[in-house]
Design a protein around this ligand. Structure first.
Ligand code: AMP
Length: 310
């Protein structure tokens, strides 16, 4: 099933307790499309980069079956740049720099072949641009998933609320759910957010897993305790790519199947954090992914009977 993804394709500079990088390849749409490409084809990418973005990286994406005709290259401008520093627990981070550069006046153009994509992943980006992409679709996709972050809540909350009315699923982290809803309890936050437009809400809690809310029901998937966590950057996007990629592959968006999608999304995110940047996402395969997803099931052993006889 065809998937269209929009979001940043960027340079990141990252500092974690284990080390520091110079500018490396990042961006929400980069992680999303690499992750989704293990599940479904074609994946169409709509984004913008400057002339400083290595052509070799675009070639690597194409090798993974990602169609980049919707990736605009502005030779005389600079790519989006983000820099962040993680705290010791790796679960929280401070944004040090956000330079919009090419993103500041980006007008997305969805290529004709992608305007009938059945699945649409709106990765982290200006909410206005996310909405413009929805408006360019010729047929309403079967599922529209939106990811965003606190940055856009701070600078474009009204626009974000407009975009939210048009989507099926919202994926955000726990702090962002609190900011968006004004509620501390995640259960109350979910109830408030599910009145804003989306029918499903995924709350990502980093090393504490993810929650899926839908019509008074809730499903929880843990995160796998890992030996090596180097860099959580892109984990949320990698999760989103695995989640929507799996739904597109199985052509089934029911609540029950979304539970599978959450496990596959979590499995992909667990690979992502094992190395800096996108490195770990370039050489995976079906066997590794399925084996990793099974570990999540073993972790919670759903066959427990929990008998209680007095
Ligand atoms: P994640 O760790 O999944 O939240 O995503 C990190 C990625 O998001 C990095 O590769 C950044 O390039 C990108 N990013 C950071 N800030 C923004 C922003 N305000 N809008 C869009 N993408 C961003």
């Amino acid at each position: 099933m065809s998937l269209l993804t929009v979001g940043t394709v960027a340079f990141d500079a990252i500092e974690t307790p284990f080390g520091k990088t110079d500018k490396i390849i990042g961006g929400a749409a980069t992680y999303i499309s690499l992750s989704a490409s293990y599940f479904t084809h074609p994946v169409h990418l709509v984004s913008v980069v400057g002339g400083d973005f290595p052509k070799e990286e675009i070639r690597l994406m194409e090798e993974r079956g990602i169609h980049t005709e919707g990736l605009e290259i502005r030779e005389n401008e600079k790519s989006f740049f983000w820099s962040g520093k993680y705290h010791n627990d790796l679960n929280s981070r401070d944004t040090l720099i956000t330079e919009l550069n090419v993103l500041a006046d980006f007008k997305p153009v969805v290529p004709a072949v992608a305007r009938r994509a059945e699945y649409l992943m709106l990765g982290n980006l200006t909410p206005d641009i996310q909405r413009e992409v929805i408006q360019q679709m010729e047929v309403r996709p079967k599922l529209i998933v939106l990811d965003t972050m606190n940055f856009w809540m701070d600078v474009a909350m009204d626009s974000l609320k407009e975009t939210l009315k048009l989507v099926d699923v919202l994926t955000i982290n726990d702090e962002e759910a609190r900011q968006l809803s004004g509620e501390y309890s995640l259960v109350k936050a979910a109830a408030t957010i599910l009145k804003m437009g989306p029918k499903y809400l995924v709350i990502k809690k980093g090393e504490h897993g993810a929650l899926l809310f839908h019509e008074g029901q809730v499903f929880y998937a843990p995160a796998l305790p890992l030996e090596d966590v180097f860099d959580p950057t892109g984990a949320g996007d990698t999760f989103a790519g695995g989640y929507i990629g799996y739904l597109a592959m199985t052509r089934n968006t029911s609540f029950q199947n979304q539970k599978n999608a959450i496990i596959y999304g979590s499995a992909m995110a667990s690979f992502c954090v094992e190395r800096f940047g996108t490195e770990r996402l370039l050489n995976l395969n079906k066997e590794l992914i399925v084996e990793r997803a099974r570990k999540f099931i073993q972790l919670v052993d759903t066959d427990l009977r929990l008998e209680f006889t007095v």
